[in-house]
Design a binder for this molecule. Sequence first.
Ligand code: HEC
Length: 204
Amino acid sequence: MTTEAQEHAASPARPAAKGGYDDKVVHRYDDIEEFDNHLPNWWLVTLYGAIVFAIGYWFHYEVLHSGPSSMESYEQSVAADRRAAAERARRAGAMTDDALVTLSRDPATVAAGQAVFMSNCVACHGANAGGTIGPNLTDRAWIHGGRPTQIYRTVLEGVAAKGMPAWGAQLGETRVQSAVAYVLTLRNTNAAGGKPAQGDNIVE
Ligand code: HEC
């Protein structure tokens, strides 16, 4: 049995100078040697850099909320896509069912439509569109049809004989389209205290 010092002395091939081979051996057992080598600088820079980055990242997203989370940026890109699709639908001009549904999925268009509704329609349809003089727009029954193009035509041309004004001339097509987009978001939401259903056209 030899001590470490003896073993040290017995290995003349190894350089003895300070900072040499043996100074780096911190543990030696059964001819297995453990070294205390310096970690390469590139490795340390990567490690500390990653830690600093992680702290900054955490503060940015979790503490200060100064950047959109991945969910938020996803929602923003969906909203941007919907806005672009709504813009295309408006430019294409022909208001098909699809085009109106596309408009009803764009929050900006729906918000504009809600504003139109609040200033022009609540007098007869109620603030929650549950119906007063005019019918309930939040149920599944429609007098003049509940398909998007049918609702669009009703609002555009009105039903003069029954007291529903024609809005096309007064509001212009774009605002009527927005109002219809808003009405489409109300279908089958059944506003509390709404008027009983009128009409035989059922839209689920
Ligand atoms: C002066 C009252 C009045 C105003 C204001 C009014 N409506 Fe109407 N609306 C009616 C009446 C009354 C009817 C029912 C017509 C009928 O019985 O044929 C109706 C029907 C409708 C229908 C068809 C409902 C169905 O069951 O087919 C839609 C959609 C509608 N209105 C949307 C609107 C929108 C959007 C506005 C605002 C831009 C608006 N209305 C403003 C009175 C009004």
